[in-house]
Ligand binder design. Structure first.
Ligand code: A3P
Length: 294
């Protein structure tokens, strides 16, 4: 059975799709979801595709909205949801029919990205967020989205996150694998964007993204995009697109807090020590510049 209940040590389970040893979110609206996900590496790209790659809960909705506005060269709210362009939540037929230029997004590791994207050297925006905030954001996501059927406590969730028993697998494996990609193909058109930098200087980061995408834009346009993609504005405009019935209590919480450092409200001293130990072990050779607070 591709849909599995992945337990923690106290028996609380998270319902996920398992595809060849990798966990993904389930999606009942995609028929034969397992085989669709399995076939992603063979999907065909277009030269002007832009692909956003990120570990879950790293700010993908934010970056998708910004990028979609920049690519359209219009500072106007994007009417759709980023899930409509997310590789592992759509069928190949839908992917093939999305109009160009496509702003796509995915949480798969680079080894599972359609090979054709890499052969055509489609531009990749790679978003990174500090994993303490990611773990808190992911816990809330799992606890509130009904499809996960998850009722476990934060205490046993953190070890689960550190093990990678979640959709998307281990944050450490994911981040190290993209770092390796960037090192191995230094001339590949990929731009790394840190959530923390986007929070501390959104205009500068959006300008950097625009330059990378080679889209003509003036300062007023970029300022307007920055405002429209500010957390509170996006929460007001976009949360209503979410299907409330998918959420515990009938209310979407996709735009939850949007802050750097919320982990400090969740981590005990012991959990922080554990996290720091695992982080030091796994990331000691990494050049990825993670900031846990601003
Ligand atoms: P929190 O749960 O910490 O609030 P993703 O889009 O990859 O699923 O990431 C979701 C996280 O990004 C959530 O974090 C969400 O609130 C935050 N986020 C979404 N839009 C944002 C924005 N415009 N500015 C800052 N953070 C945003």
């Amino acid at each position: 059975m591709p849909v599995v209940r992945v337990p923690d040590e106290t028996g609380h389970t998270l319902t996920l799709l398992e595809v060849d040893g990798t966990y993904r979110a389930t999606c009942s609206s995609v028929p034969d979801h397992e085989n669709e996900v399995r076939s992603i590496p063979t999907w065909l790209a277009r030269d002007d595709d832009v692909l956003i790659c990120s570990y879950p809960k790293s700010g993908t909705h934010w970056l998708w909205e910004v990028t979609s506005m920049l690519i359209r060269n219009k500072a106007e709210r994007i009417p759709g949801e980023k899930e409509s362009a997310m590789l592992e939540l759509i069928q190949q037929s839908r992917f093939d029919n999305l109009p160009s230029p496509r702003v796509l997004n995915t949480h798969v590791q680079y080894g599972h990205v359609p090979k054709d994207f890499l052969d055509r050297r489609c531009k990749i925006l790679y978003m990174i967020r500090n994993p303490k905030d990611v773990s808190v954001s992911f816990f809330n996501h799992h606890a509130k989205l009904l499809d996960y059927e998850f009722t476990g406590p934060w205490e046993t969730y953190l070890p689960r996150f550190l093990r990678g028993d979640v959709d998307g697998g281990s944050w450490f494996d994911y981040t190290l694998s993209w770092e390796n990609f960037i090192l191995q193909i230094p001339d590949y058109p990929i731009l790394a964007i840190y959530y923390e930098d986007m929070k501390s200087n959104p205009f500068r980061e959006i300008q950097r993204i625009a330059t990378f995408l080679e889209v003509p834009c003036d300062v007023m346009f970029l300022e307007r995009v920055t405002q429209l993609c500010d957390f509170n504005t996006m929460k007001t405009d976009k949360e209503r697109l979410e299907d409330a019935a998918d959420w515990r209590g009938g209310k979407s919480d996709m735009y939850r807090k949007g802050k750097v450092g919320d982990w400090k409200n969740w981590f005990t001293v012991g959990q922080n020590d554990l996290f720091d130990r695992v982080f030091a072990e796994r990331m000691h050779n990494s050049k990825t510049n993670i900031r846990f607070s601003l």
